[in-house]
Design a protein around this ligand. Sequence first.
Ligand SMILES: Nc1nc2c(c(=O)[nH]1)N[C@H]1C(S)=C(S)[C@@H](COP(=O)(O)O)O[C@H]1N2
Ligand SMILES: [Mo]
Length: 307
Amino acid sequence: MLRRHNYDLIPSSEITSESIYHERRALMKLGASAAVLAMASPLSAALAFQKQKSSLDLTPFDLVTSYNNFYEFSVDKEGPAKLSKHFKSRPWTVAIGGEVQKPQTLDIDAIIKKIPLEERIYRLRCVEGWAMVIPWVGFPLSSLLKAAGLTSKSKYVEFETLFDPAQFPGQKQSFGTIAFPYHEGLRIDEAMHPLTILAVGLYGKELMPQNGAPIRLVVPWKYGFKSIKSIVKITLKEHQTRSTWNEVAPNEYGFYANVNPAVDHPRWSQARERVIGKFFKQDTLAFNGYATEVAHLYKGMNLRKFY
Ligand SMILES: Nc1nc2c(c(=O)[nH]1)N[C@H]1C(S)=C(S)[C@@H](COP(=O)(O)O)O[C@H]1N2
Ligand SMILES: [Mo]
């Protein structure tokens, strides 16, 4: 069964007929994909019941799957979709370890079968100044962490992307790009927050490789680089974890990376954003529009210092 949650803070006055168009379009695509997949995987079975409903203006599927940041494939936005056609997302396991009671290695299909999937329509804001609205399919990260059993030492969560240069051409060159494998991290309260999900699909379909198949993090109130793709390892730690972009340029990319229109990137303003597929720019919202849900996590913290 697919539960639907719409953490949607855009006022209904912003509903446009275009979003209704996207809903219909998504349903049609879903119909096609359900027929093609024909119960080939647990995800397709779960998604057979899905219906799209949103008052946010969804970014078209074609843009969500063709304009990507995924340095393991390419540093160009168009590269990941083109270079990932033969990416193998099965077999795939996710190892959960470190400061947990029950370290475990889980098969991706076992995870999908066991944990109820939900649809979450979230804004995504890249630190580069562009934004999308994506209907993810996934489940709260907290369900996986609870099952592994947290301890008093589980204070941070570190994530790691697959390292496989045979599949990821970008991992063959180590010069002038980022250090692989990609790492990201969250504080435990951020990781356990109900808005934080692991996504296994979008637009009612399994994730495509360019979007981080078969499983990726989505933390909607943080800049996109925190939402690490193609995860193979989740490690609970007592101390602050690694963060790839923070290591590349600590003065430009913070560990927290909360979307904040009041704190500019050293090389550009973060006050506004370009919405992919739209003509007009719009104001960037504090915590990407999720302040009501998450601002309390940072109470008393200087967000200029902890950017
Ligand atoms: N492993 C990995 N994860 C990654 C990235 C990456 O290069 N490698 N790019 C990040 C950035 S900068 C953004 S904006 C989002 C983009 O996600 P999308 O392509 O699904 O929209 O993925 C993030 N996750
Ligand atoms: Mo990004």
